[in-house]
Ligand binder design. Sequence first.
Ligand SMILES: Nc1ncnc2c1ncn2[C@@H]1O[C@H](COP(=O)(O)OP(=O)(O)OP(=O)(O)O)[C@@H](O)[C@H]1O
Ligand SMILES: [Mg+2]
Length: 418
Amino acid sequence: MSSLSRYKAQSSTKRSTPSDRLRPKTTPMPLQLNTSRKPQVSVMFENHSTVSFPKDFTYNQQLQKGSEGHVEQWTHTATKTVIAVKVIQSSVSCPNEVQILRDLPPHKSIVGYLGYCKKQPHAEEASILLEYCPQGDLFTVRHGVVDKDSMAFSEAFMWSIYSQLMGALAFLHEGIDNQHPMGHGEWKPVVHRDIKLENVLVKRLSYKNECPGIEVRLGDFGMAGYYDSKDPNPLGYTGTTQYWPPEVTWETKRLDLASDVWGVAAIMHQLAHNFGPLVDPQVTANKWFQQNNEAPYHDSWPEHLKRSYWSSKAPRRPVPINLEPSAPVPVLADDRLGYDKNALALRRHIPSLKYSDALSDCMMAGLTMSPDERPESGILLRKIEAAYSDVLFEDLCLEYERETVLEDGELWRMRETD
Ligand SMILES: Nc1ncnc2c1ncn2[C@@H]1O[C@H](COP(=O)(O)OP(=O)(O)OP(=O)(O)O)[C@@H](O)[C@H]1O
Ligand SMILES: [Mg+2]
């Protein structure tokens, strides 16, 4: 198997094809919509404080299968508004994800919460009603884009994704938004704990018409919680170890606000390079088995847990994104850290674009190895926004210069013909 196909196979283990099963018969339950806040997409819900789910809706299809449940697409029959329904196994009356989403005021880069239905579609299940993001998640969009070799992840797209995701974090961590640019005094910080490409939903993507752009929403709050610096991860969630910063260990799982910042910057690294800011975990596993006869875990562990373990142990080594595509990257071939065949092959087969120094600096700031020196999300958001506006201003100046040169040339030619 080539390095690229191995990478794809590894990264897509959870994917399954949508099932075409018939929906089981269900008893309609009154759905208490969250009337304290305006749902972002569902204008219809503003006129109906209570609608019944699933009675007033039509089932369309299953969208994805996650580790804890699955996500379906439904349409509100009367208004034709499409929503996403996350079906989870639920023994508790109000799952974690619902508590967090329900309390959170709306934000343009966080998936809109519409309501929650206990015991639906089955007694042991529950349905979380969410704003529908028609383009799916960034993992899927990214692979579609790489395969089509399009320019979707140009410099402009990268800035846009980075500032939206850091904006979502600055809101969760500090309550920063347009109304509160310096944060919210009474804010209870929320830590997401599972930042990854699959949990970034894509609301809008267009790169072929006059209005290119991407609009993303941070989703999957299944591991999120209110942040307590003394005990940042009381339930010991693991999230996705590939996206862990260097200070988080398998033993402590101290996923905190600084880990979320690393996670978002790791997404940028993954988008640019097609590999994350860590040495291929297989290298760490191989090194272990060269020196030890036994695995450090029980043989009965499922494969995905073993992979997760080795990803947590792999050294972190961010690679800047302002390099020439053919430039050698010594850190990838560093034997002490681990000779990373996988990343070297990816650089050869799908080389990263050369992004600006400013974008690379902003990404590397989020990937600062020491958590104490890593900027907080609010500070990093301001850095990203300032750098992004400088880049836009420079583009504008260049454009103006080009137009002026053209006009002067035109004038010159007119004079010559006179
Ligand atoms: N609102 C939505 N609109 C469109 N697609 C969605 C939406 N919410 C989730 N999905 C799709 O369903 C997938 C799984 O959703 P989510 O991550 O919330 O569930 P999960 O069970 O917690 O997944 P996992 O445990 O694998 O992270 C997402 O990666 C995305 O592809
Ligand atoms: Mg998920």
